[in-house]
Design a protein around this ligand. Structure first.
Ligand code: HPA
Length: 286
């Protein structure tokens, strides 16, 4: 049996080309924005108008995720009038040990014409004042896993600059969109732990000391891949719990899914408003 790392990394370009052919045959025309949905946020995919749904299993190189709460369907269509591809379901490093597990979907998005990637996730908060049910815009990250999806990438393109990896203009659009629909959107630093076990209270104390506002098990490798591919990135965390040690009860996957599902309609509204802000911003700049 081949190692999953080989399967995803070696043939990613051919796989992405083939996925583009399959997706464009089902819904022709360029796509502008790709959206990755995190745990329990699948409802956002239901807001897509004129949807064409393609299960990951039909797309070469796409990860088949077995994590409950992660569906595994690519949805093409319109959201807020903008042609999008929604990836409902992501693969995590902790499933197979491959930090580049989302490479083919992201490369496919790029080849379909996307210039913007909006990532969403569920995360634990290290801040007592930002509780479950909050949404934050990620402003920067700390790769505490020490892993990198570009290890083994052969050319100098691998030395990706991550200053402003979370595009400041897109972040401003997120904040403006949240204000328009009536809620505050704090910004924060996200720290990537590999998982799948949750953090210890000591690790969370460390994370807070090092400047992390939220902790989670995804997103960072996708940001690195996206910057490598030339995609602009915006990212939102749905806070599903206080991080380990902050409250009596520790975090759980059940709680993560439940809280994320409750916030999903607000998140969907925010994403639609964000797309409108982004489009208006593009027009005003000519
Ligand atoms: N830690 C890591 N990942 C998470 C958490 C958490 O507390 N909550 C949701 N995803």
């Amino acid at each position: 049996m081949s190692h999953p790392l080989e399967a995803t990394n070696l043939n990613h370009e051919a796989a992405a080309r083939e996925a583009v052919a399959i997706l464009s045959a089902r819904r022709p025309g360029p796509v502008q924005v790709a959206i990755v949905l995190g745990s329990g946020l699948g409802l956002v995919a239901d807001m897509v108008q004129d949807p064409v749904r393609v299960p990951y299993g039909e797309l070469p190189g796409f990860p088949v995720s077995a994590v409950s709460g992660h569906a595994g369907t690519a949805v093409l269509g319109l959201l807020g009038g903008v042609p999008v591809i929604v990836f409902a379901g992501r693969a995590h490093y902790y499933e197979h040990g491959n930090p580049a597990a989302m490479r083919v979907p992201l490369e496919t998005a790029r080849r379909l014409g996307c210039d913007t990637l909006l990532l969403t996730n569920a995360a634990g908060s290290t801040r007592p004042e930002v509780g479950p049910g909050s949404v934050i815009a990620i402003s920067d990250h700390i790769d505490f896993s020490g892993l990198n999806p570009l290890i083994g990438e052969p050319t100098d393109a691998r030395f990706v600059n991550l200053v402003d990896a979370y595009d400041p203009r897109l972040r401003a659009h997120l904040v403006a969109a949240a204000r328009k629909i009536g809620f505050a959107l704090p910004e924060g630093v996200y720290m990537w732990f590999s998982g799948p076990s949750f953090e210890t209270p000591a690790e969370i104390r460390m994370a807070r000391m090092l400047g992390a506002d939220a902790v989670g098990m995804s997103t960072v490798p996708e940001v690195i891949l996206a910057r490598f591919l030339g995609l602009k990135v915006a990212a939102l965390s749905t806070i599903t719990n206080f991080a380990a040690g902050m409250v009596e009860e520790g975090p759980s996957h059940t709680e993560t899914k439940q809280v994320a599902a409750k916030v999903a309609d607000r998140l969907a509204a925010l994403i639609e408003a964000f797309l409108a802000e982004r489009a208006a911003g593009a027009y005003s700049e000519g």
